[in-house]
Each structure stands twice: as structure tokens, then as C-alpha cells.
Design a protein. Structure first.
Length: 479
């Protein structure tokens, strides 16, 4: 081609290509903006920090390519255990692609689980656990309010990392959170009249703190309390229930089983350990079982089963396990009528779960021997407390032989668990000693709300070698 035609030909080709681009540009822009196609998100985020708003607009579709390259490198650092280095890359990725849900989950998990355990001081660990929770709660959910995995992960952090005893610092986490919540609520329980209709500056400040610092909506709090409460808002399992409930309300047309599982698992935990016995200024929070929530937790299971249309069997299996455990726990707390009622419910709903003709006593004894291989700290405390209560009750009823057996069972259970955990006492050990627990329970039973009448109370005190009051006891219908 002669030089006289070369440049005009190139110009003509460029004009043709430019015209073709112009024809398809409008359609490409439409497809980019369509979330169903998801080429990229061209709309700026609402209320986003300037740097995040800039990157999501200025880089356009290229930010996805950059985020993918960074994600590959972050995966390599994860495999190498270089979590601190990975944190910076993950922060960049969330700024480039704030809707990349997996990055939020992985980054928060590394903070709460992988990085926190690199520190020996529980206070240092707690700062990283909090950072993981805040990342999901304050940022991840803010930019992805319809993603169920973020709500599920946040609920899991409260239920598992804070609520369980797998971390050496779990008592520090629980105690720090309980003090924070008590200060934020202005007491042991939320005052919903005040929170929903604040009339004073103090009430308005309290509502502002709950909304801005903890992202708690008083209306959602009350809804969760009405469904599953009264809940103990100073304990982490309540916040697991809260965030799962919020997720169920806001997530549409997506997999919800994980959120429902968070609700019933935390309700189950609330029965085992949903009552604050003591929240000292110095020292760790002491919790105890809250069997008064047994029916509420059962209703929660029933509600989740009714709502789950795709995989109800998963919840039914968990419900069956809860009912079987509840029968035994009520039995050990001398609540035989309730235990018998739930045993009948197991037989009716899950007939293959219990051998035909097995009595309540036979079931409880079989359950005790089966539980010995899977005891944890919370269950051991709950079971020993129940055995001690039955011991005192049987003493008061003049059933000395049964009382001695229950006392021996409590000692054996305490010794078994203590020997089983070995040198892990600081993390998994039982609070105080068995005599101290027995004395605390006795003082409760002798208090103003004593379940005993004057005759049985006098008999119990006599058998324990305690002085019997000489003044006439108040009139009572109890024996």
C-alpha cells in the first residue's frame, strides 16, 4: 500500500471502530448497571468514606482485576500463616470490592481467631476479637445488608468465640462484654419504654450509644426479646440471637438455614448458661443455668422448624437432641413433672429416640452415664448444681438413702471432670470447690424464697447440724 493511502486507511479503520464502540457502549453500560448480570457496580456507595467512594468509581471495572490479584496473594499469605501481612491486602481488597463478602469474613476470622491467639494477655486477645466483630458489624454488613453469610459469621463469633470456652481468655471476653453492656443499657435489663421513647438527655444518649457504637436497634432488641426472652443482654449468646434475627428479617430469597441454626444453638446455650449469678468489679463473671428458658427455647426450635421449608430435618435433629438433654437436666434439678412432660414430647415427636417402656428414672440414669464422655465446663456445673439441689431436697423429705446417693454422684462427677481436664484448670476448671458450691446453694434454699415449709426446713437444718430458728415460722402451706 502506497504511503499516500496508508494514513487515511488507518484513520478510516479507527473511525469505523469508534463508531462500533459507540453503538454498543450504551448496551454495555446498561449491562454493567444490571445487578442480575453483575459485570461491575458502577454506582457509588452511599455514605462511604472518600477513599472507598473514589476507588469504586475511578478504577471502574479494573478494580475487579486488581482485587483478584490481591486475593490470590492473600491466599498465599494465609497458607504461610502470615496473618498480619494478609491484613493489609484484605483491607485493600475491601476498598476495591466492598461487595466481596468472602474477604470480609476471612479478614474478620483472622482477627478474632488467628491473630488473637498469638497474644498471651487476655486483654490483647480481646482487642482483636472485638476488632473482628466490629469489622463485620460496622463495615461488612453496612455495605452488604442483604448477605446472610455476614450475619451468620457475626452471630457465630458471639456464640462460639465469646460464648464457648475454647479460648483461654473466654472468661475475660464474657466479663468485659457484660460490663460494657450493663453500662450501655444503664442496668441489668433494657428499659424498652425508655429506649423506644427517650424523654431525657440520659436516655437519648443511651439510645445513641446503642445505635452508633454497638449497632443495636432498640426495636429489633424488643422484637427478639418478645420472641425468645426475656434475654440476658449482658451475655454473648443473646447478641448471637439478635444478629441472626436481624439477618432473617433483612435477607430475602437466600439460604437462611445457617441463620436459623444460630438462633436455636444460642437458645440452647441460654438454657445451659443464660443467667448471670455474679458480675464482680474485680474477677470474672459467674453464670448459671436458666431452666426457666426451657419452654422458650423449645418454642424457638418449633418456630425455626415451621419456617424452614427446604431442610427442616436438620433443625428437627437438633430439636430432638435438645429435648433429650432437657429431660435429663430438669430431672437432675428435681423438676420431675416438667421432665416427664418433655419426655412424653420426645416420644410423640421422635418415637425412635427412646426405648419403649423406659421410665423417667431409667432414662436419667442412662443419660448420666452417656454424658460422662462429652462433658464440658458449663454442663458439669449445671449437672452438679442440680444433684446438690436434689440432695438437700431429699434430706428435707427424710429420704436419706437417696440423698446420700445424690451427694456421692455430685462428688464423683466433680472429681471425674477435674481429673479429665488435668492441667487445663485456668481455662476449663470449675469455679471454686464443691463444698463452696454446696454452701452457696444451701444459702439460696434457706433464703426468703425457700421452697421448704417450716417442718421440712427444720428437718434439713437438724440433719446438717445447723441451728433451727426458735421463733415461730410464718404461716405456710408447705410441709
Amino acid at each position: 500500500m502506497s504511503r499516500s493511502f496508508y494514513k487515511p486507511a488507518l484513520l478510516l479503520i479507527a473511525l469505523v471502530l469508534l463508531g462500533a464502540v459507540g453503538l454498543i457502549q450504551k448496551d454495555l453500560n446498561r449491562r454493567r448497571a444490571d445487578p442480575a448480570i453483575g459485570f461491575t457496580r458502577v454506582a457509588p456507595l452511599e455514605n462511604a468514606p472518600p477513599v472507598l467512594a473514589f476507588t469504586t468509581v475511578a478504577l471502574g471495572g479494573f478494580r475487579g482485576l486488581i482485587a483478584n490479584a490481591l486475593w490470590i496473594r492473600a491466599g498465599e499469605l494465609q497458607d504461610e500463616g502470615k496473618y498480619f501481612e494478609m491484613m493489609q491486602l484484605a483491607d485493600w481488597i475491601t476498598k476495591l470490592e466492598p461487595h466481596f463478602v468472602q474477604v470480609w469474613n476471612v479478614q474478620a476470622w483472622n482477627m478474632a481467631y488467628n491473630i488473637s491467639i498469638k497474644f498471651n494477655d487476655p486483654a490483647d486477645r480481646w482487642r482483636w476479637v472485638r476488632a473482628g466483630i466490629e469489622l463485620l458489624r460496622d463495615q461488612g454488613i453496612r455495605y452488604n445488608p442483604g448477605e446472610p453469610l455476614l450475619y451468620r459469621e457475626l452471630a457465630w463469633f458471639f456464640h462460639h468465640k465469646m460464648g464457648q470456652n475454647l479460648d483461654d481468655g473466654h472468661l475475660f471476653f464474657k466479663t468485659a462484654w457484660a460490663h460494657e453492656m450493663q453500662a450501655a443499657l444503664g442496668g441489668d435489663r433494657p428499659n424498652y419504654d425508655e429506649l423506644l421513647r427517650p424523654q431525657t438527655d440520659a436516655a437519648r444518649q443511651r439510645v445513641e450509644m446503642l445505635r452508633t457504637r454497638y449497632k443495636l436497634d432498640p426495636a429489633f432488641m424488643k422484637a427478639a426479646d418478645d420472641l425468645y426472652g426475656p434475654l440476658e443482654w449482658r451475655l454473648p449468646e443473646t447478641h448471637s440471637i439478635y444478629w441472626a434475627t436481624v439477618g432473617l428479617a433483612k435477607v430475602k430469597n437466600k439460604e437462611l438455614l445457617a441463620l436459623r441454626r444460630a438462633v436455636y444453638q444460642s437458645l440452647h446455650l441460654a438454657v445451659l448458661r443464660g443467667r448471670i449469678v455474679l458480675l464482680p468489679t474485680n474477677g470474672f463473671v459467674i453464670t448459671g443455668p436458666d431452666l426457666g428458658k426451657a419452654a422458650l427455647a423449645n418454642d424457638g426450635y418449633e418456630k425455626m422448624i415451621a419456617e424452614e421449608k427446604e431442610k427442616p430435618e436438620a433443625i428437627k435433629n437438633a430439636h430432638r437432641g435438645y429435648l433429650k438433654e432437657l429431660v435429663y437436666l430438669l430431672y437432675t434439678h428435681n423438676r420431675r413433672i416438667e421432665a416427664g412432660r418433655y419426655l412424653q414430647q420426645v416420644r410423640e415427636k421422635y418415637p425412635d429416640s427412646i426405648p419403649p417402656g423406659q421410665s423417667l428414672d431409667e432414662y436419667a440414669l442412662a443419660r448420666l452415664s452417656g454424658n460422662l464422655t462429652s462433658l464440658n465446663r458449663d454442663k458439669t456445673i449445671l449437672m452438679v448444681e442440680g444433684l446438690v439441689r436434689q440432695y438437700y431436697t431429699n434430706l428435707a423429705l427424710d429420704e436419706d438413702e437417696r440423698a446420700e446417693g445424690l451427694d456421692a454422684m455430685a462428688r464423683q462427677l466433680w472429681s471425674y471432670y477435674t481429673e479429665r481436664i488435668g492441667n487445663q484448670g485456668p481455662r476449663l476448671g470449675l469455679p471454686g470447690t464443691l463444698p463452696e458450691m454446696k454452701e452457696a446453694i444451701l444459702q439460696e434454699l434457706l433464703g426468703p424464697q425457700t421452697p421448704y415449709g417450716p417442718i421440712t426446713l427444720g428437718r434439713l437444718l437438724t440433719k446438717l447440724g445447723r441451728p433451727v430458728p426458735t421463733n415461730s415460722p410464718p404461716a405456710s402451706t408447705k410441709p
